[in-house]
Design a protein around this ligand. Structure first.
Ligand code: AKG
Ligand code: FE2
Length: 305
């Protein structure tokens, strides 16, 4: 088994994925500063952490999960008419390149700006409003510690710039090593992930080892994306992650991708710069070009100085 596939059983390693209590931010100065330190450390060492007491009511998350399940329960003929629907990996020529999953990829400009809304849309609308506030709060804390411009996220990231992705990973009887989602880094600033409370699947690369993230009831997962890695001059890690398919049961998740406007310039205030500056629009275009030409995302390596 090569290093890339080495898997540590979740009960040994999962506890090491930092778990941060955001309630500390509402307490005294000492607790607040401690919470910020924990976040910065986790973003540097892991690029991933879980948070509890995050302020997203469990009722809203539960009703979102119901909506997600309902959307995926529609017949394929109906789902596939929806331009937001994706399934599998059309370009895959080997099982190891294939993602055993289906998804709805929803840009929030439609949800935030358009009406009237049907039921799932109104649930999404309620949830993303809270997730936007949470993402802003976390981005500001991580941003301040990079001692870059403190107002950057308020000015560059609007609610309508983000998007959500609802994922369903069907039960997979083919093989134990099928990926639900192949390894990747996220292209945004930050991701907030709501995963099934009882089904494992997500794995994070840490120091060359794949670590399984054990679901913690009520917790949300936060991960650093490529833009934050570049903006922090490489201090924060946009960690590779993937999802393993499950032989016994299906799994659902929902990712909220916190993004800036396309013309936002990503440039670190730290010198010497690790990456050349680029706009978010340029970054997405380069990824699209690479995926078309090479079948995969190259990402930040293209922008190394
Ligand atoms: O389903 C998960 O746990 C991860 C999803 C993910 O990484 C993504 O949608 O980018
Ligand atoms: Fe991801």
């Amino acid at each position: 088994m090569n290093k890339d596939n080495k898997i540590i059983p979740s009960n040994e390693e999962c506890s090491k994925l930092p778990l941060i209590d955001l309630n500390q931010l509402n307490q005294g100065n000492l607790q607040r500063e401690n919470c910020k330190k924990e976040m910065v450390k986790a973003a540097m060492e892991w690029g991933f952490f879980q948070v509890v007491n995050h302020g997203v009511p469990s009722k809203v998350l539960e009703s979102m999960r119901c909506e997600i399940v309902n959307m995926f329960r529609e017949p394929f003929e109906k789902k596939s008419l929806n331009s937001e629907y994706r399934w599998g990996t059309p370009t895959a020529t080997r099982l190891s390149d294939f993602s055993w999953s289906e998804a709805f990829h929803i840009p929030l400009d439609i949800v935030v700006l358009e009406g009237p809304l049907d039921t799932p849309r109104s649930t999404i609308k309620e949830l993303v409003k809270i997730l936007f506030e949470l993402a802003q709060k976390i981005a500001k804390i991580l941003g301040e510690s990079s001692s870059c411009e403190s107002n950057f996220f308020n000015e560059s990231c609007l609610p309508s710039n983000s998007f959500i992705r609802m994922n369903r990973y069907p039960q997979c009887l083919i093989d134990d090593n099928v990926y639900g989602l192949v390894k990747h880094t996220d292209t945004n600033f930050l991701t907030i992930l709501y995963q099934d409370q009882s089904v494992e699947g997500l794995q994070v690369a840490k120091d060359g080892i794949w670590v399984t993230v054990k679901p913690i009831p009520e917790a949300l997962i936060i991960n650093v994306g490529d833009l934050f890695q570049s903006w922090s001059n490489g201090a924060y890690k946009s960690a590779e992650h993937r999802v393993m398919a499950n032989r016994h049961t299906e799994r659902f998740s929902m990712a909220y991708f916190f993004c800036p406007t396309d013309n936002t310039v990503i440039e670190s205030c730290k010198q010497p710069s690790v990456y050349r500056k680029f706009s978010f629009g340029e970054y997405k275009f380069q990824i699209m070009t690479d995926v078309k030409a090479l079948g995969q995302k190259i990402g930040l390596d293209r922008f190394l100085l």
